[in-house]
Design a protein around this ligand. Structure first.
Ligand SMILES: NC(=O)c1ccc[n+]([C@@H]2O[C@H](COP(=O)([O-])OP(=O)(O)OC[C@H]3O[C@@H](n4cnc5c(N)ncnc54)[C@H](OP(=O)(O)O)[C@@H]3O)[C@@H](O)[C@H]2O)c1
Length: 246
């Protein structure tokens, strides 16, 4: 039985399907025809997605909304991707810190709420829906700047720290699931620098060849996920398949 047959009775779910990369991911997953059902969520149900995609609403700050969205999935979940994230928010006066002088507790708490705690709550409710046998993937969009070993520029304190903490949780989930779900793969993903609202204020100086469209990034990330083996569970992988240093 091929990979496609194994996935046929399963669902895929993308959190953050209203965002730049999340929308491209859910569109590519829908176009693949690999899953019996495809769910895509945002704070409001995303509009304009392919017909097969079932839109839903959730908020990372509201665990009940996460639980309800996952409860509405009928099939076992073969692929769950958390494509949400926060770097700046003009409405809340929130922008990445250039220095320790700019650290603000409320800003840092908000970044952790969205980039670390929200994905952990999604994992809490997705994991019971993963098949105990057979391949399944739980992936979360992280960022290369969350690597402690690769940090040469500093700055962006809350964003970097929230992604480093997310990466730690992914390792923890991989260790725990390795005992009960031997074929499940937990992965963090670095999508490259991608032309979305999140990166828009910081694109100056990025050479055009290094600024990916969301579609290119999504295609690369799905190819990476397709090739991962359970022995690689818990690591963060970049768009080109290379592991990101711890
Ligand atoms: N773009 C890049 O260059 C880049 C580089 C490295 C890593 N990443 C990572 O890639 C991921 C996706 O980023 P993106 O560039 O696609 O950003 P984006 O276009 O700004 O999308 C962000 C997504 O997060 C969702 N979100 C934010 N707060 C939420 C909340 N409270 N509850 C539910 N959803 C919430 C947004 O939903 P709404 O539409 O409802 O606001 C949206 O779907 C992030 O984790 C980011 O850190 C991006």
């Amino acid at each position: 039985m091929g990979n496609d047959d194994l996935r046929a009775g399963q669902a895929a779910i993308v959190f953050g399907a209203s965002g730049g990369i999340g929308r491209a991911l859910v569109e590519a997953i829908a176009a693949s025809g690999h899953f019996a059902a495809v769910h895509g969520g945002g704070r409001k149900p995303p509009q304009g997605l392919p017909d097969i995609v079932r839109p839903f609403a959730f908020d990372l700050s509201d665990e009940e909304s996460i639980k309800a969205a996952i409860g509405a999935v009928e099939q076992p979940i073969g692929l769950a991707i958390v494509a949400t994230g926060l770097l700046h928010d003009a409405d809340r006066g929130l922008s990445p810190e250039k220095s320790w002088r700019a650290i603000d507790g409320a800003t840092m708490a908000r970044l952790f709420e969205i980039n670390t705690i929200g994905p952990a709550l999604i994992a809490k409710h997705v994991i019971p829906r993963l098949p105990r046998q057979g391949r399944a993937v739980f992936a979360a969009l992280s960022a290369r700047v969350g690597s402690i070993g690769d940090n040469r520029l500093g700055g962006w304190h809350s964003y970097r720290a929230s992604k480093a903490a997310l990466n730690m949780l992914l390792v923890n989930f991989a260790i725990e699931l390795g005992r009960t779900h031997p074929d499940v793969i937990i992965a963090g993903l670095h999508p490259g620098t991608v032309d979305t609202g999140l990166s828009e204020p910081f694109q100056r100086g990025v050479i055009p060849e290094k600024l990916f469209t969301p579609e290119k990034s999504a295609d690369c990330l799905l190819s990476v996920l397709d090739c991962l083996k359970p022995a690689q569970s818990g690591r963060v992988f970049a768009w080109d398949g290379q592991p990101v240093p711890w």
